[in-house]
Design a protein around this ligand. Structure first.
Ligand SMILES: [Zn+2]
Length: 550
């Protein structure tokens, strides 16, 4: 936006112009913040600052040229019950000071507000959203509704119609009181009802212990006033909770502040103490964002969430709530991941990967199975592929001997459907890697019909095998159908990727990472390739790659 980009998930530290805890230069420099948040209402209400910001703009006033998001005074509304401004005035003010992201004056509904009242407040919030439709900034469109899933869902559907950035508001009290199961249910109600391409901001969710959970549910932006507020209150954040300074007997954190002060932290006072605690809090917050990003890159976000949940019973309750949403998550979840699947405990049985695997296990017709928790009976031929490989390699069992053809045919069925194994003829020639002795290439005569991916042992069909799959399975199975668009079709024929906007239909049984067949509207074969997003995302994204063709 405005020529500036931010990599998500991202944490926006809140900068309080009237009460600086950490200077902006340090937030941008040492902490590497690409976006920060500040309160426009405070600027509007301070006569001197108002004149200054109106003449200079908010970027010059603060001294930050990254993305600046401004809040509207809703927080003050929540704390003090009233504000001296109107929706139109505060929207107009944020436009004039040059906010990249701005907010309308939504009504923050507390989680346990009496439902009819929450409903009334939501109505006001949604009508104020309408007034901000033409705002010259990216609107941080607030979704309210307290703890009520139906109100959150309604709000998400309304906000989703018009705004690319949605902000889940009114969740700070849930974070503060460790009501993480409620938090999960609120975020899920919103995410399930928003189009998949909307950026989602978890408004005020600034405690690192909930970042993995919120990221798994699809939150992209976090903001933290918490780092400074907790510091002012003598509170020290950790990945698994909050300590009061007087509870600390040993310092295990290795952030620059803790490394420097060690237990000397407790001898600091006044602004020195607040500054040190705020910096520590922010270091652990940014570090958790980095861990989340690393987990996303390697496909291990579930593992991060489940391991971290064991650090606090409230997080474990959140995991129970999370498992209630597994069905929905499984439709968005990739079918294969870079990292191995690890069973972390009994709750693993309800993970999205397990739900997807169980559906596919029903397609496989071989008779030899073994018990493999959390999946139940798994065909012996499938132990090399994701997600079974990781779990089996951690068990004490000896791998059963399986013939190559039996293995390949079972994997074909698992990937593509019952009967797909028959498409591999008896005379198939199997070539193995010289180093690992694992199957790598499949030939019919001199023609290579498929390769086997080294990382997860999945079969990558080439054109000849893909054509057979197309004949075997009726439309829409395994297909990504393109719109009648000569240009788009030509692109794919020429070997370019199929973009989401050119996709007419996609088999809902496919998952991100699946091998699929690209066809035109008459079901004519165009190419085969790998699905890069989930069917839901492909339907709802206007940009991005749907299929990477070969
Ligand atoms: Zn520290």
């Amino acid at each position: 936006m405005n020529g500036k980009a931010v990599e998500t998930p991202a944490l926006m530290p809140v900068y309080n112009v009237l009460k600086e805890t950490i200077p902006v230069g340090e937030l941008a420099g040492k902490f590497g913040a690409q976006a920060i948040m500040t309160n426009s209402y405070m600027l509007l209400k301070d006569e001197e600052l108002r004149e200054e910001v109106l003449s200079k703009g908010v970027h010059k006033l603060i001294g930050f040229d990254g993305i600046i998001a401004t809040d509207s005074g809703s927080y003050q509304l929540m704390v003090y019950g009233a504000v001296e401004t109107t929706n139109t005035e505060i929207v107009d003010f944020q436009e004039r000071i040059g906010s990249d992201i701005g907010s309308f004056l939504d009504i923050p509904t507390l989680p346990d507000t009496y439902k009819p009242r929450a409903k009334e407040q939501l109505k006001t919030t949604l009508s104020r959203a309408k007034e901000a439709l033409d705002a010259k900034f990216t609107v941080n469109a607030a979704i309210q509704g307290g703890k009520y899933a139906d109100l959150r869902a309604e709000a998400a559907r309304e906000i989703g119609k018009d705004f690319p950035l949605a902000a889940i508001g009114g969740i700070v009290p849930l974070m503060e009181s460790y009501r993480f199961a409620d938090l999960v249910n609120v975020i899920a109600a919103v995410k399930e009802n928003l189009p998949a391409d909307r950026v989602v901001h978890a408004f005020g969710l600034g405690h690192p212990m909930v970042f993995p959970l919120a990221a798994l549910l699809g939150c992209d932006l976090f903001d933290s006033a918490a780092y400074a507020l907790y510091a002012q209150d003598g509170r020290y954040m950790t990945d698994y909770g909050t300590l009061r300074l007087d509870e600390i007997e040993y310092v295990s954190c290795t952030c620059p502040i803790c490394s420097e002060h060690k237990m000397g932290l407790k001898r600091l006072y006044g602004e020195d103490l607040t500054g040190a605690l705020a910096r520590h809090n922010l270091y652990v917050s940014f570090a958790m964002v980095e861990r989340v990003k690393q987990a996303i890159c390697e496909g291990g976000l579930w593992e991060l969430v489940l391991l971290q949940a064991r650090a606090h019973p409230a997080l474990m309750r959140a995991v129970d709530a999370l498992m209630g949403h597994s069905q929905w998550i499984s439709e968005l979840d990739p079918i294969t991941k870079k990292t191995q699947f690890y069973r972390t405990g009994p709750e693993s049985e309800l993970r999205s990967e397990v739900l997807n695997a169980k559906i596919r296990l029903q397609r496989v017709s071989t008779a030899n199975t073994l018990e493999l928790q959390p999946f139940g009976p798994v065909n012996e031929e499938l132990l090399d592929i994701y997600p079974f490989n990781g779990v089996f390699s951690m068990s004490d069992d000896v791998k059963p001997k399986v013939r190559d053809m039996a293995k390949l045919r079972a994997i074909m069925e698992y990937q593509f459907g019952k009967g797909a194994g028959e498409l591999l003829p008896d005379g198939l020639r199997v070539k193995k890697s010289r180093n690992t002795r694992r199957i790598r290439w499949l030939y019919e005569g001199s023609e290579m019909v498929a390769s086997v991916r080294a990382s997860d042992h999945m079969i990558i069909p080439h054109d000849r095998l893909a054509l057979k799959l197309k004949e075997k399975f009726q439309s829409p199975k395994l297909r990504v159908m393109l719109k009648d668009d000569a240009e788009a079709t030509k692109c794919v024929v020429d070997g370019k990727s199929a973009m989401c906007k050119f996709v007419e239909e996609v088999d809902p049984g496919l998952r991100c990472g699946d091998e699929c067949i690209v066809v035109d509207k008459k079901d004519k074969f165009i190419r085969c390739g790998t699905l890069m997003l989930s069917p839901k995302e492909i339907r709802e994204f206007k940009r991005g790659m749907a299929v990477r063709t070969r």
